[in-house]
Design a protein around this ligand. Structure first.
Ligand SMILES: Nc1nc2c(ncn2[C@@H]2O[C@H](COP(=O)(O)OP(=O)(O)OP(=O)(O)O)[C@@H](O)[C@H]2O)c(=O)[nH]1
Length: 302
């Protein structure tokens, strides 16, 4: 059988894979065009030189692989330590000019090292765009457009998480439900857009009154809920009273309009008789109903 001659040089020059070979002292013995492009240096300035020298030149000229460190010496030592301690490693590296490469490094039986790199920039960029898009979609799915507060769904999710945690850890958890009093009159007297502004400004007031781990959400219309982890009914009543006063003292300004509104609050702390989140909402809702019955602009604790 005739011996097959494989044109390695030709293949290496045409392949999309970056290929570099070093001996056991990390001196470059081979480097194809694609690897030279990855390192941002000409082939002739790579061959016969130690990896550390090549990396230092790359760093000094701000080309090739991005080195996220101010301490090049420590960075190099770390690279060589890793290269000596493992026989194979895969990782993703990015370059100063914004490309991404999936790298594979192998130690050969003679102690030499082979480094392969595949340009995956398109894939990485698509992945980043997808992540950003997911964040936007998540934001849209959980945020109330008018007020920027959490929407009903996100609020229920949060209450569910906190409900389960509180039951497990035996810590208190309170829920406030509040509703703007006689809001229909605001719409009737000033129109729907002004009504929207009122809903939005009340949301701002509520948001200012809570701690960072509390959650204010809009249940819909002119109704809101506030989740207060680690808070018993007495403390929640104090928060609700503070919110009630703050809203009462706020004037909503617009073109030639100065509107004052009040809110009624229902407060419920979770207790043994609450089997699920719906039970807590029901208790807070009943308290809110009482607040309305008792003349509005009131806080009623269940
Ligand atoms: N501007 C505006 N109005 C809304 C929105 N959602 C619901 N509404 C209005 O809010 C009003 C709520 O009225 P009611 O449920 O009768 O309650 P209320 O007038 O506040 O009376 P009480 O709650 O009993 O004090 C209705 O007129 C709804 O049309 C909204 O997103 N924007």
């Amino acid at each position: 059988m005739a011996e097959i001659q494989i044109p390695f040089e030709e293949i290496m020059d045409e392949t999309a894979v970056a290929v570099g070979m070093m001996d056991k002292y990390f001196v470059y013995q081979y480097c194809n065009n694609k690897m030279a492009e990855l390192l941002g240096l000409p082939v002739k300035s790579i061959l016969g030189r130690k990896q550390s020298e090549v990396i230092s030149e790359m760093y000094a000229k701000s080309v090739g692989v991005k080195i996220d460190s101010d301490d090049l010496k420590a960075w190099l030592e770390n690279v060589e330590r890793m290269q000596s301690s493992t026989t194979e490693r895969q990782f993703i590296t990015d370059t100063v000019d914004g490309r991404f490469f999936k790298m594979q490094r192998m130690t050969l039986s003679d102690g030499g090292h082979v480094v392969l790199g595949m340009d995956i920039t398109e894939l990485e960029v698509a992945k980043q765009q997808l992540t950003q898009l997911n964040e936007v979609l998540h934001e849209q799915a959980t945020t109330d457009e008018l007020t920027g507060l959490s929407n009903r769904r996100a609020l229920f999710d949060k209450v569910t998480i906190e409900f389960n945690r509180a039951k497990r850890l035996l810590t208190p958890l309170s829920l406030l439900i509040l509703d703007i009093d006689f809001f229909k009159k605001v719409n009737d007297n000033y129109g729907h857009p002004v009504g929207d502004r009122v809903i939005s400004q009340v949301a701002d007031v509520l948001q200012k009154e809570v701690r960072e781990y509390d959650l204010v959400g809009r249940l819909g219309g002119e109704e809101y809920a506030v989740v207060l982890p680690n808070t018993d009914a007495k403390q929640a009543g104090v928060v609700a009273e503070r919110m009630r006063l703050s809203i009462e003292n706020t004037t909503i300004e617009g073109e030639q309009i100065h509107i004052k509104v009040t809110c009624s609050f229902g407060v419920a702390e979770i207790c043994a008789s609450h089997n699920d989140v719906d039970d807590v909402f029901l208790s807070a809702d009943k308290a809110l109903y009482k607040a309305k019955q008792n003349g509005r602009n009131k806080v009623v604790v269940a």
